[in-house]
Design a binder for this molecule. Structure first.
Ligand code: SF4
Ligand code: SF4
Length: 303
């Protein structure tokens, strides 16, 4: 790797994150065409998770090594500790390692420093309008996000890029206060209306999510609220009056995005859940519209 840009404080340049994927271009993760950074690790354990291998951090047990058909995995010694090493060139993306992992993890992550990530961003910067960090739950690696976005905001050649975070909304008030100066907006998932439903789906209660929505709305940084509709499981349709009342008092600019549950990638009981059809979403959208909710964004595709 080459040296970090001279303007970047070395202390920040060397902050690292565990990254499960870097997507060079996306048009569904915030405004415009965006480079998306998927950070490993989540503090929710959603029954409907499409990427359950992004939930836990790998503990380097090595159990997946023998199952890899292409010998892309090995253990290496780093400072006296064993670490899993993934050879991306040998990997055929069969995902056997994900299936056999006793945790909800993956050996296919990489550590990126802020300086390394900036190199990737600069290569792609002429073609994108911004950066989105997501996960897992991105804000679990808050130091990295702040260092990266702070570097982008202070770099002359990256001024055209907006910085967004896609989050489950669990970050503390203090955490948001640290992050807010460096983001242009946030996309927040509201997984259910009732506390009991939220707890059942995610394993966590939802009082922090409502506090985060309020805090972001107060500083005009609430870009989008995302509602994942799972027919018969989430409670947006049965709690429609309370939900609509809440959504209407959010800032005018906030988008309300309705997502349709599909079962690709999910495990456990969610595999048997009814997927959400176009008609299901249209019915929910109609009920919200009737109650005065505007700025609804419906799925472009149902797959
Ligand atoms: S996804 Fe790659 S690393 Fe994992 S088992 Fe398959 S070939 Fe090996
Ligand atoms: S990915 Fe899972 S099985 Fe492989 S080393 Fe990490 S924790 Fe162990």
């Amino acid at each position: 790797m080459s040296n970090p840009p001279a303007t970047l404080n070395n202390r920040f340049a060397n902050i690292k994150a565990t990254v499960s994927e870097v997507l060079r271009f996306s048009c569904v993760d915030g405004p415009g065409n965006r480079l998306v950074i998927f950070l490993q690790g989540c503090n929710f354990n959603c029954k409907n998770c499409h990427n359950p291998h992004t939930i836990d951090m790998c503990d380097n047990c090595g159990d997946c090594i023998a199952h890899c058909p292409t010998q892309a995995l090995s253990l290496a010694d780093r400072s006296g500790n064993s670490h899993i090493v993934w050879d991306a060139d040998l990997c055929e993306q069969c995902d056997t390692c994900l299936a056999v992992c006793p945790k909800q993890s993956t050996p296919k992550t990489r550590q990126y420093s802020v300086a390394e990530m900036l190199l990737i961003i600069r290569k792609n910067s002429p073609f994108i309008t911004g950066i989105t960090v997501t996960g897992g739950e991105a804000t679990l690696q808050l130091h990295f996000i702040i260092a990266l976005f702070s570097a982008i905001k202070s770099a002359q050649d990256l001024q055209h890029l907006t910085c967004m975070v896609d989050s489950n909304g669990s970050l503390s008030e203090t955490g948001w206060k640290k992050l807010l100066p460096f983001i242009d907006g946030a996309m927040i998932d509201l997984k259910a209306w009732q506390q009991a439903t939220h707890l059942w789906i995610t394993g966590r209660n939802q009082h922090r999510i409502f506090r985060s929505l309020e805090q972001l709305a107060q500083c005009d940084k609430l870009y989008e609220v995302r509602l994942l509709h799972i027919p018969g499981k989430t409670d947006f349709d049965t709690e429609i009056d309370a939900l609509a009342h809440y959504l209407k008092q959010l800032p005018n600019a906030t988008r309300i995005k309705l997502n349709a549950f599909q079962n690709h990638g999910v495990t456990g009981e969610a595999l048997a859940w009814k997927i959400c059809s176009e008609q299901d979403i249209e019915q929910l959208a109609k009920q919200l519209t009737l109650r005065g909710v505007e700025r609804l964004i419906l799925p472009a595709v149902y797959i």
